[in-house]
Design a protein around this ligand. Structure first.
Ligand code: NAP
Length: 246
C-alpha cells in the first residue's frame, strides 16, 4: 500500500504514465501529474485518480527545461508538503535512420527522455536525502538495451537512463533512496499506435508471450517498486517485454 505517500509522475496524462498514476492512486498515494500540453488528458487522469479518494493535481511543465522542473518541484512540495516517489516516465520519439536524422530530432528526444529524468532527479533528490527516504523509478526501454534501427536517438536516451539510474542508486543508497528503471517492450499507447497491421503482426510474432503489453503491465511493476516490499532493490533495470529480449 502507498497510503499517505506523495508521488510525482511525469507524462502522467496519457499511456503508461496515466496507468502508473491511477495504480498509485488505487494504492492510496496522492499524485502530482506532469504533462507537456494535453491538459484535457491530464485532467481526465486527475478525475480518475480522485475517484480513489486521493488528492491529484496536474502540472504543465516541459521536463527538458531545467529551471521549469526546479519551479515544478518547489510547487509540488508547496502543494503536497513532501515528495516520496518520483516516476520519470515522460518520453518522446522522433524516429528516422541515423544517417538522415535531424540534429533537432536527436536533441529533442534526448532532452525530454534523458535530460528530463536528470532534471527531476536533480531537483527531487535533495528532498529525498533530507527525508532519508525516497523512490525513483525511470522508464527506460528494451530499445536502450538492444538498440533499434530507426531509433538511434531514442535508444541512446533510454540507454542513458540505465547509467543515470545505476549512478544515482549508488550515490543515494546511503540516504535510504532507491533508484530503479523499467524497460518495457512493445506497449499499446499513443506512442506505438502508428503501425500497420502487418508490422504489428511481425512484432507480436517475435514476442514469446504472443501479445503486446498494456500500460497496466508496467504500472503493476512501478507500484511494486514504490512499495515497502521493494526497499532492498536498487540499481536494477527490469524488463517488462513478454520475453522479447530473452
Ligand atoms: P505516450 O502515450 O506518447 O505519452 C507520453 C507522455 O509524456 C504524455 O503524458 C505527454 O504529455 C508526456 N510528455 C511528452 N513530452 C513531455 C515533456 N517535454 N514534458 C513533460 N511531459 C511530456 O507515451 P507512452 O507510450 O505512455 O510512454 C511512456 C514512457 O514509456 C516513455 O518514456 C516511453 O519512452 C517509455 N516506453 C514506452 C514504450 C511503448 O511501447 N509505449 C516502450 C518502452 C518504453 P501530453 O499528454 O501533455 O502530451
Amino acid at each position: 500500500m502507498l497510503k499517505g505517500k506523495i508521488a510525482i509522475v511525469t507524462g502522467g496524462s496519457r499511456g503508461i504514465g496515466r496507468a502508473i498514476a491511477l495504480k498509485f492512486a488505487e494504492n492510496g498515494a496522492d499524485v502530482a501529474v506532469v504533462y507537456a500540453g494535453n491538459s484535457q488528458a491530464a485532467e481526465e487522469t486527475c478525475a480518475a485518480a480522485e475517484s480513489f479518494g486521493v488528492k491529484c493535481k496536474a502540472y504543465r511543465c516541459d521536463v527538458a527545461d531545467f529551471e521549469a522542473t526546479k519551479a515544478l518541484t518547489a510547487e509540488v512540495l508547496k502543494d503536497f508538503g513532501r515528495i516520496d516517489i518520483l516516476v520519470n516516465n515522460a518520453g518522446v520519439t522522433r524516429d528516422g535512420p541515423v544517417a538522415m536524422m535531424k540534429e533537432q530530432d536527436f536533441d529533442t528526444v534526448v532532452g525530454v527522455s534523458l535530460k528530463g529524468a536528470f532534471n527531476m532527479i536533480r531537483h527531487c533528490s535533495r528532498t529525498f536525502m533530507h527525508q532519508k527516504s525516497g523512490r525513483i523509478i525511470s522508464l527506460s526501454s528494451v530499445a536502450g538495451l538492444t538498440g533499434n534501427p530507426g531509433q538511434a536517438n531514442y535508444s541512446a536516451a533510454k540507454a542513458g537512463i540505465v547509467g543515470l539510474t545505476k549512478s544515482a542508486a549508488k550515490e543515494l543508497a546511503g540516504r535510504g533512496v532507491t533508484c530503479n528503471a523499467i524497460a518495457p517492450g512493445f506497449i499499446d499507447t499513443d506512442m506505438t499506435k502508428e503501425m500497420t497491421d502487418k508490422a504489428r503482426e511481425a512484432v507480436v510474432g517475435a514476442i514469446p508471450l504472443k501479445r503486446t503489453g498494456s500500460p497496466e503491465d508496467i504500472a503493476a511493476l512501478a507500484a511494486f517498486l514504490a512499495d515497502d516490499g521493494a526497499s532492498y532493490i536498487t540499481g536494477e533495470v527490469i524488463r517488462v517485454d513478454g520475453g522479447l529480449c530473452i
